[in-house]
Design a protein around this ligand. Sequence first.
Ligand SMILES: [Zn+2]
Length: 337
Amino acid sequence: MQFALTAKLLINMHDLNNERAEEIRRVPLIFKTKDGYRLISEAVAVSGVMLKHWHAVYLARRAEELGVNLCPLCRRGEAIRVPPPDAVKMEWLHTDENTYKKYIDCLSKGTEEDLIKLCVGEDAHGFLRTEPTLRRESLIKFSWLLPIYLEGIEMPPFRVVQHTRNIREVPEEPEELRRMQMPYPRSYADGVYGFASLCDLELVGTAFTCRRQVIDDNEKKKRQRAILEAFIPMLTGAFGASLARSLPAAKPLEVVAIVSKEAKIGFPAPVHPMYEDYFQLNERLFRSFAKEFNVDLLICTYGIGQSKKEDKVEVKVVNDPAEAIVTAIEYLGLNKV
Ligand SMILES: [Zn+2]
């Protein structure tokens, strides 16, 4: 079972890339234009770390509802998978002694198998433990969220806006309160952005070290369902920094979810939607994949493409962005777990 996703959104007034205070991510990008290739030396972009973080947060929330196993840190939305055991104190975890001891034991001595059983976060998003060394590659991969070149429009720059906090009455002392209402700058940007993601659903609950599934089938299906549902909030720009005051004014333009029930081998990474012909390329690429490995394929698409069915490959146009994911979940038979 495999899954891939591409999404293209118009996003206005976003502060998505403020991953660290005062740092604005600007990256060089090469675009293909009608006159050939063009280098934009400073395009406003958002790293895949940001997308991965928010996917992990939504995954934990949904997993909890479905009764899927979660470790104490993932349960509260912290994206620190397998932290050093001596850095984790019971008071900080806000848990009872028994849960704390079991967790620390698993962190310090657990095998990959133990950690997968413990938590869907470590299972799906991978981890790296340094002492003793143990690493699990993430089953979910994200591209950067990159701006798309619009013919005839200059690449939108970012701008800095000064905000202030308003305190009704500022006393003479302490000085900290006076400082709290000082102006603080934040950067904002606009643009048409795209990202691509890939998830090896086949390996959910399967340890790379012993090469076998270590959770039961029902838990595996619930984990797969939660993983796919966690993408839904992301389709309308609910990811990134400063969402409290700059939830992006987003409009999903094109969303494409690609799934296969029978594919055991991992999908190729989908062509990023920053390229104009990405949909046609992906359709051909995944069709060839399905033919070579003799597996089924469903491409659920919003905003681009046409419905058609040929042998084991179907392209299905859906009516809204979330329906692309919902249809994929139903097709995989995960909606009834
Ligand atoms: Zn976890």
